[in-house]
Write a protein that binds this ligand. Structure first.
Ligand code: 5GP
Length: 202
């Protein structure tokens, strides 16, 4: 099936919802879905590779990119700056690739304003207790950051109504199936397909 352009799928969810693992697996199972690598001023964590997980830049460079209008959205998250490159996502959607963005609720809102057809998907943990357990289990989070992330999680969860879909990550494989189903169904929408291609071929 021919598509006019690629689609944007924005995936958000509080820290500890299991969003990153779901997103990584989704990229492996859905052909033609590409990850939009964000820019950030935060330090790389162990194992993170520049231009694969994030493009790591200093604050001066990030601020210059804001002034030059290079971001379609940007936000301050947990004390660091994060932004989505306009050029990166436009080149992918123009090449008819679907793009997955793993960004926070502030960014999701800005993406929906710039790209009204984008689909916003919110990942929830099965319960608040599970979320806290997952945050405590992460060695990279110190006491302060667990508290900060729990508060930010509560704030983020309150914003679920501005999303198009909600996935509860209770069992990984089930959640992955539901997430994949959204993308597959979205690709088949009449408004998404190249109607000239149908006219020319049938
Ligand atoms: P982490 O530093 O743990 O990878 O990500 C922290 C948070 O920043 C996550 O909620 C992630 O979705 C969000 N984030 C990552 N990239 C971007 C971006 O480009 N824009 C916005 N607004 N949030 C982002």
């Amino acid at each position: 099936m021919k598509h006019r352009t690629g689609n944007l799928f924005v995936i958000s969810g509080p820290s500890g919802a299991g969003k990153t693992a779901l997103c990584q697996r989704l990229l492996e199972v859905i052909h033609g879905l590409k990850f939009s690598v964000s820019y950030t001023t935060r330090q790389p964590r162990q194992g993170e590779i520049n231009d694969i997980h994030y493009t790591f830049v200093d604050e001066t460079k990030f601020r210059a990119m804001i002034s030059d209008g290079e971001f379609v959205e940007w936000a301050m998250v947990h004390g660091s700056l994060y932004g989505t490159s306009k050029r990166r996502i436009e080149s992918m959607i123009n090449a008819c690739l679907d793009v997955m963005l793993d960004i926070d609720a502030q960014g999701a809102k800005q993406i929906k304003e710039a790209f009204p057809d984008s689909m916003l998907i919110f990942i929830l943990p099965p319960s608040m207790d599970t979320l806290k357990e997952r945050l405590v289990g992460r060695r990279s989070n110190n006491r302060e950051s667990i508290e900060e992330r729990t508060n930010k999680a509560i704030d983020e969860i309150r914003r679920y109504k501005s999303y198009d879909y909600v996935i509860i990550n209770d069992a990984f494989d089930d959640a992955l199936k539901r997430l994949s189903a959204i993308i597959i169904a979205e690709r088949a929408k009449i408004s998404r397909i190249d109607q000239d291609w149908i006219k020319d071929n049938f």
